[in-house]
Design a protein around this ligand. Structure first.
Ligand code: 5GP
Length: 205
């Protein structure tokens, strides 16, 4: 059966365990393609260029911005992030399933793009990963030891803002227990594949 593409937008505050959940889902559903974003932030330990992100200088990022190469872009914690059209557009048109790990500003821009682009409208589904509560998130972030105190405060304040916008997403997954949240995410992704909007051909003619 011929399928249309899916554009899975996943957001969630930094420290919520989103990348772990996305990795689990990708291991279970190998057809999911991760959209590698551009960023001006420095790589963390273990983050390879072109795999975790395309790590760009400010001027490289601005050149791509001027060339209109981004489907969406935002400034998050003083760094620039953007989704390349080349990671998404052709793939979903070809019926593939692309997953974007982006913040709430980016999710809003994809919602907006969907208004005028029927391929995006048909494909886009929005999932928010949330912590059980903000103190738990603060503890998890501090334990990660990858941000300084100022960055930690910024991320906790941003988290509260992001979570208040939960209704712009179609699905909410609370990551209180990793196995349970991973199972829920995989179930949501499998259900998304069963949408009638996903079927390209006319059936039962
Ligand atoms: P981190 O620096 O911790 O990898 O990501 C910080 C935040 O930026 C996360 O919320 C992540 O989802 C978001 N982010 C990563 N890539 C993009 C992107 O291409 N666009 C937008 N809007 N946000 C992104």
């Amino acid at each position: 059966m011929k399928k249309n593409g899916n554009l899975i937008v996943i957001s969630g505050p930094s420290g919520v365990g989103k990348s772990t959940l996305v990795k689990r889902a990708m291991a279970e559903l190998p057809d999911l393609k991760f959209s590698v974003s551009c960023t001006t932030r420095a790589p963390r330990d273990g983050e390879a260029d072109g795999v975790a992100y395309h790590f760009l200088s400010e001027s490289e990022f601005n050149t791509r911005l001027e060339n209109n190469e981004f489907l969406e872009h935002a400034t998050v914690f003083k760094n620039h992030y953007g989704t390349l059209k080349s990671e998404v557009t052709d793939r979903i048109a070809a019926g593939e399933e692309v997953i974007l790990d982006i913040d709430v500003q980016g999710a809003r821009q994809i919602r907006k793009a969907a208004e005028s682009d029927p391929v995006i409208r048909n494909a886009a589904q929005f999932i928010l990963i949330a912590p059980p509560d903000l103190p738990t998130l603060a503890r998890r972030l501090a334990g990660r030891n990858s941000e300084n105190a100022e960055q930690l405060d910024l991320r906790i304040a941003a988290a509260a803002g992001e979570l208040r916008n939960f209704r712009i997403y179609d699905y909410l997954i609370i990551n209180d227990e990793l196995e349970k949240a991973a199972g829920e995410l995989i179930s949501v992704l499998k259900s998304i594949r069963l949408r009638t909007a996903n079927i390209q051909e006319e059936l039962f003619q």
